[in-house]
Write a protein that binds this ligand. Structure first.
Ligand code: 3PG
Length: 382
């Protein structure tokens, strides 16, 4: 991120939008701090260059001010990871916040309260965006997980605060999910899973254009089996997507279709079996780039996690051999983490909806706004 590195940050007030939307249990304990850890490199860079960091995020989907969605439980973990005491504001705009900003030392971090406590955030109201913008001299968007939302703190703020640049995390996500996918080292394999074909149509269509090998798994596969006239027993089938499945199979024919065995009546497919694992592993053997989105089975149950685990392990093995391995968000990230192989992958996306939209080839409003504000090294596949 040329601009962020080069910018003269000393003494500057920097409004950083991060996605700190982490899961909390009933006692407000963080159950997965991945997104906080992912936000740290950008914030540390700003701190060490003497900037005054005004940090903003949403948490959950509150309707108005809701204590259970306060960002307060994040302060200890954030302070711990940054190695400084983070100051927390009780609001995200207004005189109290302005006072705290004024007293912020160089290298200090002020965490604003949940920006979604204001309905103006999701409505992207310019007056609200302007108030957020007025707190700072520079905007850094590092909230990849929210980049598909045109909200006041992701998109609106760029109209009032220039320059607006991408943070390290946002840039890395774009480098892998757009850069590596659009101009991959070949052979390039895409593995798409998940329960419903309807939620992955755009991803399959888009990746089919780019990849050399497409491997499909998860519950969605039965709609494809049915479309091929195979018996699927009681497995999940989306009857209204059969025609679409047929047309996708036609398009995929040039790339080779893997035959599947029938499932007897009364049985339900809940995972890929050993034959598919072998077929998938063999197909992946010579690849140079692999992207994976969506589990192969109902991996939340150990019994049906075998196929997903085997794919996670295969990708870990390929990573070790220098293959670019990208885990494209959501459930496949959870699967890789459950298997303890997350750290060896080239990239693990912190976005759910945002990664899906990127993989579908869509442009994200949070990123486009940055392009308008300041040219950053973002190559969008238009
Ligand atoms: C996510 O968890 O996917 C992001 O933080 C966006 O959250 P949202 O779907 O509530 O906008």
């Amino acid at each position: 991120v040329g601009d962020l590195t080069a910018a003269d940050l000393k003494g500057k007030k920097v409004f950083v939008r991060a996605d700190l939307n982490v899961p909390l249990d009933d006692n407000q304990n963080i159950t997965d701090d991945t997104r906080i850890r992912a936000a740290v490199p950008t914030i540390k860079h700003l701190i060490s260059n003497g900037a005054k960091v005004i940090l903003s995020s949403h948490l959950g989907r509150p309707k108005g001010v809701t204590p259970k969605y306060s960002l307060a439980p994040l302060v200890p973990r954030l302070s711990d990871l940054l190695g400084i005491q983070v100051v927390k504001a009780d609001d995200c705009i207004g005189p109290e916040v302005e006072k705290l900003v004024a007293s912020l030392p160089e290298g200090g971090v002020l965490l604003l309260e949940n920006v979604r406590f204001y309905k103006e955030e999701e409505k992207n109201e310019p007056e609200f965006a302007k108030k957020l913008a007025s707190l700072a001299d520079l905007f850094v968007n590092d909230a990849f997980g929210t980049a598909h939302r045109a909200h006041a703190s992701t998109e609106g703020v760029t109209k009032f605060l220039k320059p607006s640049v991408a943070g390290f995390l946002l840039q890395k996500e774009l480098d892998y999910l757009v850069g590596a996918v659009s101009s991959p080292k070949r052979p390039f394999a895409a593995i798409v899973g998940g329960s419903k074909v309807s939620s992955k149509i755009g991803v399959i269509e888009s990746l089919l254009e780019k990849c050399d090998i497409l491997l499909l798994g998860g519950g969605m596969i039965f709609t494809f089996y049915k479309a091929q006239g195979l018996s699927v027993g009681s497995s999940l089938v989306e009857a209204d997507k059969l025609e679409l499945a047929t047309s996708l199979l036609e398009k995929a024919k040039a790339k080779g279709v893997v035959p599947a065995s029938a499932i007897p009546d009364g049985w339900m497919g809940l995972d890929i079996g050993p034959d598919s694992v072998k077929t998938f592993s063999d197909a992946l053997e010579t690849t140079k780039t692999v992207i994976w989105n969506g589990p192969m089975g109902v991996f939340e149950f150990d019994k049906f996690a075998v196929g997903t685990e085997a794919i996670a392990n295969k990708l870990a093995e390929l990573s070790g051999k220098g293959v670019t391995t990208i885990i494209g968000g959501g459930d496949s990230v959870a699967a890789v983490e459950k298997n303890g192989v997350a750290s060896v992958m080239s990239h693990i996306s912190t976005g759910g909806g945002a990664s899906l939209e990127l993989l579908e080839g869509k442009e994200l409003p949070g990123v486009l706004a940055l392009d308008e504000a300041t040219p950053v090294a973002v190559k969008m596949d238009k």
